[in-house]
Design a protein around this ligand. Structure first.
Ligand code: ADP
Ligand code: ZN
Length: 707
């Protein structure tokens, strides 16, 4: 039997598949070690066959099967192959994606909970070891006293060599029961609601179908209840479910709700887990013990079988596109799995991405709408405050009088408030505080010129950069000395349970104020929050990419959606220097469809996605010269495509990145915009698919963020 093996050689641009002689127990999907160019390297068996097209006499044998049960089951291996084709990735890279590194490396840390015990009675064991191997004798006598011990504990006490020796001699077992670590979860029993008519209809439509649904439901319309009901139905049919959320560690509530509804069945996969925890959760899924996988983007690769539904919550969220190599779109991966399993895929959001909503309009997805909040709750009122008027009135602080008044009222009513500070993207915009003039950077990648005076009114009252959360907290503490104020941003949420901690503290006292960045916008459901203030909405509006309108609309809607979730007392103040902007007009009316119409028309007339495809090839290096050199070389090759495709290519240019230097790296980019065409995409990938010494090259399709 011959095995087709992908040889995993890092820093190699292409996949190398070779035939090797299979060992008796070699199976498809196994990791193996194989001889390669005088070394022993890691490989994955991706196929088995009776024959080979190579010279059979020259074919070498697999050295060792590295596992007894293949870690890459059929569906996941197929998925990897699909991804390699679809996203122009190396197959070995997709396999690395599908297997978390802890599984992949089978590292010592992942074995922490292997338990060792004696296989023979102590006298036999001593006889088998002999009198001289003192430390081996110590191991068995320790085990005789203790009954059993953790493998790593033994290693710590007696050294790895002697522990491994008694295991290899067959005196001590290591494959004893492994105790799985479970991430800490509270078991709160939350009540199960009777579905509203709208929710019930949604559930009925989704269950047993094989379609992709776009569930567009306003914040607080009970989407999560719909997901849970659909999952419940899948479990009742002995199927499983995958539920993806932007970043589960941000939403401890979601974990609670799922654990309460599906006790013992839920496995969570997210970046906040320790390596050991992740390994164990993975094993619980792999073994079939866990039936519901709840996790961030990478949970879409969970080795779960017989999937009955896949859900992508907050489907518009940019975290579903990986920002690092190898790049993939979670939606496409989920869609592949849904097709493979003949199950529905549900994309849910209060603010669907333009692409998804267009697909729903075009009939590719089936649209389900939940137009109202449950329990007859109204959407919170969003009031726009024109900050230019404040300036003209002599108030140059970041807080409008109205905002302070509303905050004060909220505190007096012993309710909770959330103040949101926009921190999206890189360069905050540059603005004149006297007349409101903004230096705006366009998609072409041009950078802001550093202004000292306003080109419009010549004032030198120019505002750079974003507000800091810390500063806002200090200001508020002075205004409300007796009110607990919590800060949630990248600095305060380090550590495993950082987010959870802050949210717990905030939600347990009232009145209280939570000041935070983007991370407070996501899915929180705290009933006492009545006031939300958006301090500087414009920051994301004047970001330099085609998605800035869309992103701002999403942000305003999502942040506002945190208010008034249990009582009809939600109120939102949106501070802006562009009070007439259509993004705000539609957002304050919760008018997604009008926003969509307007925006999609704009994209069409200006030729931006989804009416075009944008590809960015990012070239970076610690050597500025090398980066320039390689960029030029790639650009020359890219220019040849202009001859091949003519007018289909709308824009093609090389330039420094908007942020030209990040840490020690100089960054240049080639931007291409063209009428959607897979051949062009493919050709651009080929242009970028070169190995250059000391230079890294990274390709993105429709980048979320240009920096
Ligand atoms: P969404 O995910 O759309 O923001 P949720 O599912 O979080 O909405 O629901 C909002 C709130 O309403 C939650 O506190 C939830 O427990 C509650 N809720 C949802 N559905 C119902 C229902 N059918 N009856 C009563 N309360 C509900
Ligand atoms: Zn000015």
């Amino acid at each position: 039997m011959y095995a087709q093996v992908i040889v995993d050689i890092q820093n190699d641009a292409v996949d190398r598949v070779f035939d090797y002689l299979a060992l008796p127990d070699t199976k498809i999907g196994m990791r193996v070690s194989v001889p390669f160019a005088g070394r022993t390297v890691l490989g994955y068996v991706i196929g088995l066959s009776e024959t080979t097209s190579f010279d059979a006499a020259k074919i070498k044998s697999i050295k060792k099967n590295l596992e007894t049960v293949p870690r890459l089951k059929g569906e996941i291996l197929e998925l990897c192959k699909f991804m390699a084709r679809h996203f122009f990735l190396r197959l070995s890279d997709t396999i690395r994606l599908a297997l978390p590194s802890c599984v992949w490396l089978d590292s010592e840390r992942a074995q922490i909970n292997y338990t060792c015990s004696l296989i023979f009675d102590i006298d036999t064991a001593i006889n088998m070891i002999g009198k001289r191997a003192k430390s081996q004798l110590a191991v068995v006598s320790f085990l005789n006293d203790q009954g059993e011990a953790e493998y790593l504990k033994l290693v710590e006490l007696f050294g790895r060599t002697s522990v491994n020796a008694v295991i290899e001699k067959g005196i001590v077992s290591k494959n004893g029961v492994r105790k799985l670590r479970k991430p800490e979860i509270e078991q709160t029993k939350l009540e199960k609601h009777t579905l509203t008519k709208a929710q019930d209809n949604a559930v009925k439509e989704i269950v047993n179908s094989e379609q992709t649904f776009l569930l567009h439901g306003v914040t607080g319309s009970g989407k999560t209840e719909v997901y849970m009901s659909v999952i419940e139905k899948a479990l009742a049919e002995n199927k499983t479910a995958i539920m993806l959320v932007p970043e589960i560690s941000l939403t401890p509530q979601m974990m609670q709700r799922f654990n309460s509804r599906f006790p013992g069945h839920v496995a969570v996969l997210h970046s906040g887990l320790s390596e050991g925890e992740r390994f164990d959760e993975w094993e619980r899924i792999f073994s079939g013990e866990a039936k519901v996988v709840l996790g961030a983007r990478s949970a879409v690769f969970a080795p779960i079988e017989n999937v009955g539904v896949i859900i992508i919550d907050e489907e518009h969220d940019s975290s579903y596109v990986s920002e690092t190599n190898p790049r993939y779109f979670t939606h496409d991966v989920a869609q592949f799995r849904a097709k493979y399993n003949h199950c529905p895929l549900v994309l849910g959001s209060a603010t669907p991405s333009l692409e998804s909503y267009k697909k729903a309009q075009d009939g590719e997805y089936k649209l389900i709408t939940l137009t109202e909040r449950v329990n007859n709750l109204e959407m919170p009122k969003i009031e726009i405050v024109d900050m230019l008027n404040e300036v003209l009135d002599g108030n140059t602080s970041p807080y409008s009088k109205k905002l302070i008044a509303k905050l004060d009222e909220c505190i007096k009513n012993k309710k909770q408030a959330i103040l949101f500070i926009n921190r999206r993207g890189f360069a905050s915009f540059v603005m004149c505080r006297e007349c409101g003039y903004r230096a705006k950077c366009h998609f072409c990648g041009k950078r802001y010129r550093m202004l000292t005076n306003c080109p419009n009114c010549h004032s030198n009252n120019i505002k750079y950069g974003a507000l800091g959360t810390e500063r806002v907290c200090n200001d508020l503490q002075k205004m409300f000395p007796n009110v607990p104020i919590f800060r949630m941003d990248n600095d305060t949420t380090r550590g495993k349970n950082g987010h959870k901690h802050i949210l717990e503290q905030f939600s347990s006292v009232s009145p209280s104020i939570l000041v935070g960045t983007q991370m407070i916008a996501k899915g929180h459901d705290y009933p006492l929050v009545s006031f939300v203030g958006i301090l500087d909405a414009d920051v994301s509006l004047y970001n330099s990419d085609f998605k800035s309108n869309e992103r701002t609309f999403q942000l305003v809607t999502q942040v506002a959606g945190r208010a008034g979730r249990a009582n009809n007392d939600g109120y939102v103040i949106l501070q802006t220097y562009a009070p007439k902007h259509y993004v705000y007009r539609f957002a304050t009316n919760y008018d997604y469809t009008s926003f969509y119409e307007k925006e999609v028309n704009l994209r069409q007339t200006t030729g931006f996605p989804p009416y075009s495809t944008i590809v960015r090839i990012l070239v970076s290096s610690t050597s500025d010269n090398r980066a320039i050199e390689v960029t030029k070389k790639l650009y020359d090759n890219a220019l040849k495509l202009k001859e091949k495709y003519g007018k289909q290519i709308i824009f093609l240019q090389a330039m420094p990145s908007p942020v030209k230097r990040i840490q020690t790296k100089y960054r240049y980019q080639i931007l291409a915009r063209y009428t959607p065409n897979d051949d062009i995409t493919n050709d651009l990938f080929k242009v970028a698919d070169v190995i250059e010494k000391d230079v890294s090259i990274f390709v993105e399709i429709n980048p979320n963020n240009l920096r």
